[in-house]
Design a protein around this ligand. Sequence first.
Ligand code: ATP
Ligand code: MG
Length: 423
Amino acid sequence: MTKLRAIRGMNDILPEETPYWQSLEGTVRDLLHSYGYGEIRLPIVEYTELFKRSIGEVTDIVEKEMYTFADRNDESLTLRPEGTAGCVRAVIQQGLLSTPQRLWYSGPMFRYERPQKGRQRQFHQVGVEAFGIASPDIDAELILLSARLWRLLGISDAVTLELNSIGSPAARAAYRAALVEYLEARREQLDEDSQRRLDSNPLRILDSKNADTQALLDDAPSLANYLDEESQADFARLCALLDAAGQSYRVNPRLVRGLDYYNKTVFEWVTDRLGAQGTVCAGGRYDGLVEQLGGKATPGIGFAMGLERLVLLLSETGAAVPLAQDADLYVVSVGAAAELEAVARTEALRDILPERRIVLNAGGGSFKSQMKKADKSGARLALIWGEDEVSQGTCAVKSLRGEGGQQSVAVQDLPEYLRAALV
Ligand code: ATP
Ligand code: MG
């Protein structure tokens, strides 16, 4: 029989890694709460149409990365490749847009990409979105919030902020025409991917990784010269707000995003520690998206961070101390009567010491084999019940680390004894 395997690019996250995830997720949750953001939980599957209409028909995601299938009723559904589209769909459908909204969500996203370090087919994002605020103070808030997160995680030295404005749709259309004219005359010098993009999505050529293409762009028209007045003013204000808050950034005039819905501010947090997959967080403004999806015109801005890449960064920089995996106590019992006593006493201990990790031996076994498991659990102490302990109303407490002494403790004194022993 062929072995059953997980789908390529869809990874199991094992107990030895989950402490990084839990610590990251806990920090993110508390931080977003402290900035006044509310959590929204969204479906993983949506109608395909939603992504086509928001992300854009000629983007990499929609053209070649979506997991799309027909359900039993022949409706075209898609595993969400990102979270903004579903979030916008929800705030429109649920009538949440009469006042400004600060929202966040987290969960798996799906893209059919070439799996490699920092790039999976099922990956996880935390997304943050703010609706109903047109001014760049909210752009600054989102950026400062993410910067604080890096500080809390101890990775701020490993990431830098890149910022750009891609202007209004009209400004971008004018720029697009100028860029196409410039590149069309030099089509032969472009790499293959960029040649294709010249016809479909020419702005994406700006973030081509090809060195010759980048060199060619040095003399190309610059997006900054095409920005409308409002976008220019908002971008200047955003920079002033970041300066005032002491937040450093690099204006990268070639920063564009791979999704069609962005306008004005776009930004990315990048690191040089993860090879080619250097963007850990990316986002921008999408003032036209709500209306485009059928809601009343409402400005929006958001970003998403890639949790796999952040976990890699956390483990590589050694910045975050993962939660201890070790047990505190391992409970051993030999004989049927001792097992009754052990189970009852352990449940009582859990009431009194809820923060302690207490592993009860299960599956029986000799004293020796149970003690082996106790040792493997990483516990500091073993609690041992045998016939003698049951008849005397005691428990043998054996230290498993360092000098391995053993004490006989009356069961009624056990909570106090353990509290003192485990500090
Ligand atoms: P990239 O240029 O790396 O493909 P992207 O522009 O497609 O990124 P976004 O759609 O902006 O990425 O998603 C936001 C973040 O989600 C990225 O910065 C990255 O950290 C993470 N991310 C995106 N795609 C993947 C993936 N396939 N595997 C792991 N993380 C991902
Ligand atoms: Mg991508």
